[in-house]
Ligand binder design. Structure first.
Ligand SMILES: NC(=O)C1=CN([C@@H]2O[C@H](COP(=O)(O)OP(=O)(O)OC[C@H]3O[C@@H](n4cnc5c(N)ncnc54)[C@H](OP(=O)(O)O)[C@@H]3O)[C@@H](O)[C@H]2O)C=CC1
Ligand SMILES: N[C@@H](CC=O)C(=O)O
Length: 437
């Protein structure tokens, strides 16, 4: 019997993820051939620095090129795998590949969240597959369940920890009191952080993932620019200690919800910010670079997805799953179902979202302080859940946790508090989720 023709792959990028894709392709070659019905073969590997030392990769050095576009355009390439990152030149490459009918597998959440529409349109034009499971939550199978398994249901919320680097840092700060810089350095060495770790710590990476999740979950187009984003660089050791005292911890959360506006219209709210959650909350025990995501759907109820959210090998596992799917489709001449972004829901501004605040104030110690502070909350129609008071005659502290209120009212309350002469400083403001406080 004649050997089936190999499915030929162009790999763009050979960094943390790309090298592990090469290793898995090599280690599992026989199994992959059996599963797909044809062998996978690397046609070329595009990198930026041809002379870079790449260790003992099980691959022919002649496959390396610095001309990604020429590699993509080759007639013998069936599937393009992009693990480079960034907006350009990745967008140009992927549009070129898709329009030419080549399937694309990418881990590039930044591009998908900024301009996913262009990629989906190019995939439709070229009748090609666009797979991106690795772009959100590393190894966790999450996008395929949203894209396929839950397509008969109505998803109402997606909440979770979707950035491994910041979860690693916050978990280290909570467990060992490790400093921010030290923990970030370790996360970078372990291959969790983005090329520019600002994307992680300032919440851009999680916001991109939130946009992808919200688009898939609610069948509407949400871009990174639509997502309210606050990073975790402002979280201090003091915040962590205060959270601990209250039986809580702090996590960078992604929260995407289907909501109803004041006029009864349906819309969505998508936000990323650090939040205080009780230690009893299932997300509180998600440590290291692990991710966990809750999906709530009307029929299914709550579902939880948990696993490694970053790192070369786990991410490569998700990439390989997509390669197998794309290769099978190539052989059978079929295509994965395209995205159904039909809903056109408006994204509500953060000010309209209902949140709760934990506010820590340094105040003067004199009679009437508490009443004055409480008056400010009343003025903004924000109800107080708990108040803790501590301190000496010249240096008192008030820690206030609110009930839920529109975020704009809570932010305005903080602004008014800052203007009071009895408030020496606002030590910290954190949002609270999951019954904390
Ligand atoms: N690391 C992780 O845990 C995860 C990463 N991702 C995503 O995967 C993608 C890759 O991440 P990661 O492997 O960590 O990144 P790295 O920075 O480790 O690797 C990037 C690779 O892209 C190559 N490259 C950069 N610019 C060009 C160019 N102009 N032409 C050709 N090659 C180029 C680099 O070449 P050279 O080697 O010569 O420098 C390098 O091989 C990103 O989109 C990231 O967001 C997704 C999930 C998890
Ligand atoms: N930098 C990202 C990598 C995976 O997406 C993270 O830390 O989660």
């Amino acid at each position: 019997m004649s050997q089936p023709k190999p499915v030929r792959l162009a790999l763009l990028g050979c960094g943390t993820v790309g090298t592990e894709v090469i290793r898995l392709l090599h280690e599992q070659a026989d199994d992959l051939t059996a599963r797909i019905g044809a062998p996978l073969e690397l046609a070329g590997i595009a990198v930026r620095r041809l002379g870079r030392e790449r260790g003992d990769l099980p691959v022919d050095p002649a496959l390396f090129t610095s001309d990604a576009l020429a590699l993509i355009k080759r007639d013998d390439v069936d599937v393009v795998i992009e693990v480079v990152g960034g907006i350009e030149p990745a967008r140009t490459w992927l549009v070129e590949a898709l329009r030419a009918g080549k399937s694309v597998v990418t881990a590039n959440k930044a591009l998908l969240a900024e301009d996913g529409g262009t990629l989906h349109d190019a995939a439709a034009d070229g009748n090609a597959d666009l797979y991106y499971e690795a772009s959100v939550a590393g190894a966790i199978p999450l996008l395929r369940p949203l894209r396929e398994s839950l397509h008969g249901d109505r998803v109402t919320a997606v909440t979770g920890i979707v950035n491994g680097t910041t979860n690693f840092i916050l978990s280290s700060m909570a467990a060992t009191g490790a400093g921010f810089n030290e923990a970030l350095e370790e996360a970078t060495e372990l291959g969790y952080a983005e090329a520019d770790p600002t994307a992680d710590v300032e919440g851009f990476d999680a916001a991109a993932k939130a946009a992808i999740l919200a688009s898939l979950a609610f069948h509407t187009r949400v871009t990174a620019a639509d997502v309210f984003r606050e990073g975790m660089t402002g979280v201090t050791a003091g915040d962590m200690a205060s959270a601990k005292e209250m039986g809580c911890t702090i996590k960078l959360l992604c929260i995407a919800q289907r909501t109803t506006g004041p006029d009864g219209s349906e819309n969505v709210s998508v936000r990323v910010h650090p939040a205080m959650i009780p230690l009893t909350h299932p997300l509180a025990s998600v440590g290291d670079a692990f991710n966990a995501v809750f999906v709530e759907a009307e029929g299914a109820g709550p579902l939880m997805f948990y696993g490694r959210g970053a790192g070369g090998r786990p991410t490569a596992s998700a990439v390989l799953g997509d390669i197998v799917a794309a290769a099978r489709n190539k052989l059978t001449g079929t295509r994965a179902p395209s995205e159904s972004n039909y809903a056109e829901l408006t994204v509500r501004p953060i000010g309209e979202s209902l949140t709760r605040y934990h506010i820590s104030l340094d105040v003067a110690e004199r009679p009437g302080v508490l009443a004055t502070v409480a008056g400010v909350f009343a003025q903004h129609e924000v109800s107080i859940a708990t108040v803790r008071q501590s301190g000496r005659a010249d240096d008192a502290k008030l820690v206030i946790v609110t009930h839920s209120a529109p975020d704009a009212a809570l932010a305005a309350t903080v602004e008014s508090l800052a203007r009071l002469d009895i408030v020496r400083s606002i030590a910290s403001v954190l949002r609270v989720e999951g019954g904390a406080g």
